[in-house]
Design a protein around this ligand. Structure first.
Ligand SMILES: Cc1cc2nc3c(=O)[nH]c(=O)nc-3n(C[C@H](O)[C@H](O)[C@H](O)COP(=O)(O)O)c2cc1C
Length: 315
């Protein structure tokens, strides 16, 4: 089938396709430009930015685990001012669609970051990191509470014209209620999931493998939980959902979209295969052709649970 339409809408932002590089797994985008044509991606999500530069946690910051990895980078980053000066001009030249992941220690820091980035040329949306499990201050403190989520999103909405996408943590009992709180505060979309709080211990030394003791689990190990969370959120909110967690091939992308994600992000798989993007696009086009679906948007949220629910009720 020719003429398959992969365009995807997130609030006022139109993406070429639903594939986005996840924050922290694609540098600031420019580092990958020799390997990946950034114009073939739906969007590049930057590494998390605070107002100031941060050195992050000392090593060891990454541990390989079965079907995944554990990280506690500690949001190392160059800060928003250096990002605008050193990275954004190159990203503009490369034609990338740029979603900036912002992190604050306080509500005021989030608001200030949103203000600064709204005035910068070449920024297309803000992803609000209220979900990093690896730092003590800010981040997850907001994302674990309904009020915290509401307050951050509504404060940022007041100072920006850009689409606002809070990134939700899976480290809560009921992620759908947090998504609803974000929607009520005016979020244009939500993205989920960030990493799962986790731990690995070296049994010989009896010491935690990470210097931070605990870290965030990502990769295929978390995918079924992330898919379930996207499904639950789809039933609770109307705004678009950007799904992620362990996507490693086109089937995984399609699974998230059928569960209810309008777009997806790919993180850990970049470390395994930086050339994954064209394979994902080819696999998606092949699927849509086989199923005679002309627009990828028509696939979103089409999971058919009817017979499953009947079985559940009658058992
Ligand atoms: C090394 C590393 C660094 C990350 N840094 C960030 C970050 O700065 N901000 C953020 O919101 N998420 C960050 N994440 C989380 C990812 O963006 C993504 O939500 C998570 O890894 C799940 O997707 P995946 O299984 O495809 O990697 C990071 C993940 C990893 C593995």
């Amino acid at each position: 089938m020719s003429g398959i339409d992969l365009t995807t809408r997130i609030g006022s932002l139109e993406l070429r396709n639903p594939l986005m590089a996840a924050s922290g797994c694609f540098g600031y985008g420019v580092e990958y430009a020799d390997a990946v044509d950034l114009t073939t991606l739906g969007a590049v999500v930057s590494k998390g930015l605070f107002l100031k530069e941060r050195s992050g946690h000392p090593p060891q910051r990454i541990v390989e685990t079965p079907s995944g990895m554990l990280n506690a980078i500690g949001l190392q980053g160059i800060g928003v001012h250096r990002y605008i000066k050193e990275k954004l001009p190159e990203l503009r030249r490369l034609g990338a669609t740029n979603v900036i992941n912002i992190c604050g220690s306080t509500l005021d820091e989030y608001v200030e970051l949103a203000r600064i980035l709204s005035d910068a040329e070449g920024v297309h949306a803000l992803e609000i990191n209220i979900s990093c499990p690896n730092i003590k201050e800010g981040g997850i403190t907001f994302g674990c509470s309904l009020h915290g989520t509401f307050d951050v999103v509504s404060a940022i909405k007041k100072v920006t014209h850009l689409p606002v996408i809070p990134k939700l943590t899976p480290n809560v009992t009921d992620v759908a209620s947090i998504a609803k709180s974000a929607e009520d505060a005016g979020a244009d979309a939500v993205s989920l999931v960030n990493t799962f709080l986790a731990m690995a211990i070296d049994v010989e030394t009896r010491r935690p493998k990470l210097s931070n003791i605990v870290g965030g689990l990502s990769g295929p190990a978390i995918r079924p939980i992330a898919v379930r969370m996207v499904y639950e959120c789809r039933r609770a909110i109307k705004i678009p959902i950007i799904g992620m967690g362990g996507i490693a091939n086109a089937t995984d992308v399609l699974e998230f979209m059928i569960a209810g994600a309008t777009a997806v992000q790919v993180g850990t798989a970049n470390f395994v295969d930086p050339f994954i993007w064209s394979k994902l696009l080819d696999g998606m086009r092949d699927y849509l052709t086989r199923h005679s679906i002309a627009r990828i948007a028509d696939l979103v949220g089409t999971v058919d649970t009817s017979t499953r629910e009947k079985q559940w009720i009658s058992s």
